[in-house]
Design a protein around this ligand. Structure first.
Ligand SMILES: CC(C)(COP(=O)(O)OP(=O)(O)OC[C@H]1O[C@@H](n2cnc3c(N)ncnc32)[C@H](O)[C@@H]1OP(=O)(O)O)[C@@H](O)C(=O)NCCC(=O)NCCS
Length: 207
């Protein structure tokens, strides 16, 4: 049984813990979280001995970064990778993933997600509850696809982009680096790098 540390004990971390508990062959051995009020306590019955520095004191086989913020998740992933740590991909047993789909390290594929044939999901990416990622998508590293989002065929989502809750991306659209597509939005055109777009159809927002 692989022993996995979950970084982040907030709502998302607890959803990831639930998925991990339901997986075969792996178990959450501890949370780590920078919130000092939680140190020495248990969350969902799982020990939380301390902050991120506690990782070195816990026997483990892999880490998953249950942090919704893409920039923070990327930074910590890079730091821990450089220090030689290994990451574990959590896949809820109810997710439906085509056999030829490639899923990178440290990903979180949550309950009810569907990922269809020919898709690639890069490292440290969240495919949240009940998402549909259609065929031949290329999803970059450190991406967050929020609950209920739907991506049509041959969509590209670049590094650190965020697809909001319930958003729709039409086939063959590209969501570029660090772009944000708002909750409920429908992307009918490519979304440029670093831009926030929202609404139906999605339009660039003044920030
Ligand atoms: C689009 C988004 C990023 C904008 O955030 P923001 O820059 O803080 O925007 P604000 O909340 O200040 O709203 C600014 C304006 O945009 C509108 N707006 C905000 N989100 C919107 C959305 N999803 N769709 C349409 N309009 C939206 C607001 O009504 C407001 O309009 P106004 O200027 O006419 O009053 C954010 O609202 C959003 O949708 N985030 C996705 C959250 C999500 O899915 N999280 C997943 C958690 S698992």
């Amino acid at each position: 049984m692989k022993k996995i540390i979950i970084m982040g004990a907030g709502g998302h971390g607890q959803v990831v813990a639930d998925a991990l508990i339901q997986m075969d062959g792996a178990t959450p051995v501890a949370f780590v979280d920078e919130n000092r009020k939680l140190h020495g306590k248990k969350v969902m019955g799982i020990p939380l001995p301390g902050g991120n520095s506690a990782i070195s004191t816990i026997e483990h086989d892999g880490i998953v970064l249950a942090l919704g913020n893409n920039e923070l998740r990327k930074r910590i992933f890079t730091e821990l990778s450089d220090a030689g740590h290994s990451f574990f991909t959590v896949i809820h047993p109810s997710a439906i993933i085509a056999p030829n789909v490639i899923v990178g390290d440290g990903c979180m594929i949550l309950a009810g997600a569907v990922i269809n044939t020919g898709t690639v999901i890069n490292d440290n990416t969240i495919v949240n509850t009940n998402c549909t990622v259609e065929h031949h998508n290329v999803i970059g590293p450190h991406v967050h696809i929020a609950p209920g989002a739907t991506l049509g065929g041959e969509v590209t989502v670049e590094e650190e982009a965020m697809i909001g809750i319930g958003a729709t991306v039409l086939p063959r659209i590209t969501i570029h680096n660090r772009a944000v597509l708002g909750g409920g939005a429908t992307a009918i055109n490519d979304i440029p790098a670093g831009i926030t777009a929202a609404g139906v159809p999605a339009r660039v927002k003044d920030r």
